[in-house]
Design a binder for this molecule. Sequence first.
Ligand code: SF4
Length: 460
Amino acid sequence: MLLRHTPAAPAVDREALTINPAKTCQPIGAMYAALGVHNCMPHSHGSQGCCSYHRSMLTRHYKEPVMAATSCFTEGASVFGGQANLLEALGNIFTIYAPDVVAVHTTCLSETIGDDLKQMTAKAIESGKVPPGKTVLLANTPSYVGSHVTGFSTMVKGMVDGLAASAAPHKLDVINIIPGYVEPSDMEEIKRLASALGVRTIVFPDTSGVLNGPMTGKFRMYPAGGVTVEQLRAAGDSRATLALGPMASSAAAKALDIKCHVPCEILELPIGLSATDKFIDALRRVAGVSVPESINRERGQLLDVMTDMHQYTAGRKVALAGDPDHLVALVDFLVSMDMQPIHIVSGTPGKKTLERMRPSLDKLGRPVNVKIPGDLYQLHQWIKQEAVDLIIGGTHCKYFARDEDTPLLRFGFPILDRVGHQYFPSVGYKGGLRLLEKILDLLMDRQDRDAPEEKFELVM
Ligand code: SF4
């Protein structure tokens, strides 16, 4: 019993205190987004400790080396500001590591002392620290607000602010897709689906080929994947943008609309049958194409398994911890299989998250515990009050999952003790099928483990 001191009932109503948070730092999301740009060096404008922590979390989640630079604040910079550090860093990075782009994000410290990234970057350009043709992207990401999801969103918007332009005389036959805070495998799957529909796309950011690359025996500072600078510039000439996951993607999509008049549609993440239907339908509509039989077949396979296995999913209670965009899509998927998501927390604040889940939750016809922002301690207490059949969340949930003897489906960020999320998608029909397989494996393994001998079935 690792969390044996967690009581079932709260001793006091907590407002300001978070115990065992269900989120992480804004800069982690900003760094992750920056890795989705080809030949880009993420740069943490703050102290070394922040950068090391953010890199190590991403490295542990992806089991890949994550490169990033830092302004290396010490006492001097903390008191007098970090301009000198940033200027020297930009000069060094462009000289030594030769990236096309340096994507700078702030941390708690540089934000608290009031460093002005725009002014400092202008100074760096003026003083020749940024070679001609190179780009510096900016994102303000203090971690005392938001979470890794908002940090991701701010950096993706920074890509639009810093690079997108409207240069062609008329819009081109290309659709931008902002895939949201999803895994490299998901970004790959989104590109595969678009290509199956025959749609030309610019997907940004795109961490596929960066954080799920093959072992080649050679170290590459900048792996083969990522959206290129040219593609980011051309995003302003695309016909439309599909933004997947409102919290992670809508800021960039709206900024692109305002800056370059590229109309956008904001959708939920395509996790599960109905959300994927909406994504495919939107893609078909904005690109003016038809859905090929191969995609219909994938859809039919997911629907087939959902129907065949309904007896194992119906009525099963689930507790979830995760990011808003993930939770909204997951809840919808679970409810579509007659599962009951009854305890839900997200560490990422957002007034609209519950509103977005409401249509799915209303179908349950029973009270549901939701806390946004909430923490894992709260989730554990709720599970003690009403047990569940399954927990869905990141690796930090494993402690109370073990204490409560409840199966855990690892989903979201971070996953520090398993592999697979980099390589197998959760989005699209194929991703839905994989997710359902994992859910069923956990539920049926538990049934096998607990069944009395006379009910231990060979065929399930
Ligand atoms: S919370 Fe702030 S100070 Fe701490 S690691 Fe994150 S950015 Fe750095």
